[in-house]
Ligand binder design. Structure first.
Ligand SMILES: NC(=O)c1ccc[n+]([C@@H]2O[C@H](COP(=O)([O-])OP(=O)(O)OC[C@H]3O[C@@H](n4cnc5c(N)ncnc54)[C@H](O)[C@@H]3O)[C@@H](O)[C@H]2O)c1
Ligand SMILES: O=P([O-])([O-])O[C@@H]1[C@@H](O)[C@H](O)[C@@H](O)[C@H](O)[C@@H]1O
Length: 515
């Protein structure tokens, strides 16, 4: 059901470009894009039109979400929050009564502007534009190198108030993560004490088969139509990317068979997922999605996506820097410091794991810098510094402090100082749902611009809005500017539904538009 300004209404698209047949929504969409030619006399803009046809299976699939790192702060919080929402749980705090919600989820709590109805602007909930899963529909399980049940993990995470933890106990205590793969060299050495739930042996081919079997068993047990494996385990160090190791699917599979040291646990999970027809999403910053994994995903027609949930400090930056550059203000210095006290912070306190995070946090401004040659004629990035410190006392309540210094008019300077308390798991968990929900939606869509319907590219770049370092199809640009990413996503779902989202020109307000 759609709703306009809080009143629930069905969204019925009256258009010759839309038809529903056998549970499939077919829509035709004219995609207008400009082509360019730089010639001696200047930049020529040639508007083109491309006729797309989309087919969207209307009924969402029965979907399982397998979390790698299920016993972590994000994993236990994301799992517990679904039960809290399913049962409409409330809990007391000193501020009053809290009720479960899905705030922070784009798919569940944002709206899309469709236009003006003559009296008021029309906004429709994102989730009402085309049928999508609710997080309540997700069947969750997963793996962890630590054997704490999810009630114990929730207590360890220190995210939820005690009353809520106790209400969730009967639901979470029975959930014990499946044993996982542990290769000490890939995560911080300070994680070793946690590893008491580990698959025996050190044969990577056997580990691959073990994880594949786990995925198959989960799918059969719940009679699932769609399985998504999502990495929310610790940040790994980057792996080498080299010919003969992992730049092709064939080399990657052979490297696993040869038990190559450089094959990481997250590589194994990604390969296992793909070979079992499950989609794979990387919520952490390491470079799991090597070329061999992308090629394997394409060969098996599954989606992969990543990297690194865009949850707090970087999410703010991806909107704020866009605002600055769009305002013609030139960021000269961006210093992003944060401290956090959860296990993620502990893992990131070691150099190689921090380096993975530093990379994903640092590249977020590149597209905005490249967008403005007036401010940045040489595309020289602002000074950009990322600092992360581990301070146990603050636990999951990360404290981010940023300073932005901009050049402004006539040699002036404008300095912004931002303090941003990011409840990390409460900001990341909604993104976990969105990544799964959008991946499941994409699995129901095919398109054609010629004769044959086909799925989207295996690298699911529509997930960019939710990720710090979006992985995109080879040869395509990375977009990090938050509102442009939101626009891309909202324009796609409205096109699937069979109508263009509003152009936001609002020309009807300063011209005489015939009724
Ligand atoms: N706001 C956020 O919380 C946020 C934002 C962006 C990225 N991330 C990333 O998400 C990940 C999880 O964050 P978190 O706060 O839940 O961390 P966490 O340390 O609480 O949870 C990670 C879990 O993964 C487990 N683990 C480690 N290696 C594993 C393996 N090989 N297989 C299975 N489990 C394994 C650990 O035992 C732990 O329980 C981190 O990589 C973090 O950088 C978090
Ligand atoms: O998403 P964001 O707040 O910019 O970045 C965060 C890091 O700064 C932080 O160290 C850790 O909390 C999370 O892993 C997250 O990645």
């Amino acid at each position: 059901m759609a709703s306009s300004n809080g009143i629930s209404k069905r969204l019925i698209v009256e258009s010759p470009n839309v038809k529903v047949e056998d549970g499939v929504l077919e829509s035709r969409f004219t995609y207008r894009k400009n082509h360019f030619e730089t010639r001696a006399d200047g930049l020529h803009v040639i508007p083109h039109e491309h006729e797309y046809s989309f087919k969207t299976v209307l009924k969402p699939r029965k979907t399982g979400l397998l979390l790698v790192g299920l016993g972590g702060n994000n994993g236990s919080t994301a799992t517990g929050s679904i039960f809290a929402n399913q049962y409409g749980m409330t809990w007391r705090t000193k501020e009053g009564i809290n009720k479960a919600n899905y705030f922070g989820s784009i798919t569940q709590s944002s709206t899309v502007h469709l236009g003006f109805d003559g009296n008021e602007q029309v906004y429709v909930p994102f989730k009402d534009i085309v049928p999508i899963l609710s997080p309540n529909d997700l069947i969750i399980s997963g793996w962890d190198i630590n054997n704490a049940n999810l009630y114990e993990a929730m207590g360890r995470a220190r995210v939820f108030e005690p009353e809520l933890q106790e209400k969730l106990r009967p639901f979470l205590e029975p959930i014990v993560p499946l044993p996982s793969i542990y290769y000490p060299d890939f995560i911080a050495l300070n994680q070793e004490g946690r590893a008491n739930n580990v698959i025996e042996g050190n044969n990577k081919q056997q580990h691959l088969e073990h994880i594949r079997n786990d995925i198959r068993s989960f799918k059969e047990k719940h009679q699932l139509e769609c399985v998504i494996v999502l990495w929310t385990a610790n940040t790994e160090r980057f792996t080498d990317v080299k010919d003969g190791l992992n730049t092709t699917a064939q080399d990657l599979l052979a490297s696993i068979q040869r038990n190559e040291e450089e094959i990481s646990p997250s590589n194994i999970f990604a390969v296992a997922s793909i070979l079992e027809g499950a989609h794979y999403i990387n919520g952490s910053p390491q470079n799991t999605l090597v070329p061999g994994i992308i090629e394997l995903a394409q060969q098996n027609n599954v989606f992969v996506g990543g990297d690194d949930f865009k949850s707090g400090q970087t999410k703010f930056k991806s909107a704020f820097v866009d605002f600055l550059v769009s305002s013609g203000l030139k960021p000269e210095s961006i210093v992003s410091y944060n401290h956090l006290g959860n296990n993620d912070g502990k893992n990131l306190s070691e150099a190689r794991q921090f380096r993975s995070k530093e990379i994903s946090k640092s590249n977020v401004v590149d597209d905005m810098v490249e967008s403005n040659k007036i401010l940045f004629p040489t595309a020289q990035n602002p000074d950009h510094c990322v600092v992360i410190k581990y301070v146990p006392y603050v636990a999951d309540s990360k404290r981010a402090m940023d300073e932005y210094i901009c050049s402004i008019f006539m040699g002036g300077k404008q300095t912004f100082v931002v303090h941003n308390t990011c409840e990390d798991s409460l900001l990341a968990s909604p993104l976990i749902y969105d990544l799964a929900i959008l991946t499941e939606l994409a699995s129901r869509v095919t398109y054609k611009v010629g004769d044959t319907y086909q799925p989207f590219h295996s690298v699911l770049s529509i997930l960019s809005l939710l990720l710090k370092a979006p992985v995109v199809p080879p040869g395509t640009p990375v977009s990090n500017a938050f509102m442009r990413q939101f626009s891309t996503l909202s324009k796609l779902v409205t096109a699937l539904a069979g109508f263009p989202s509003d152009s936001d020109m609002q020309i009807e307000f300063f011209t005489k538009l015939p009724k």
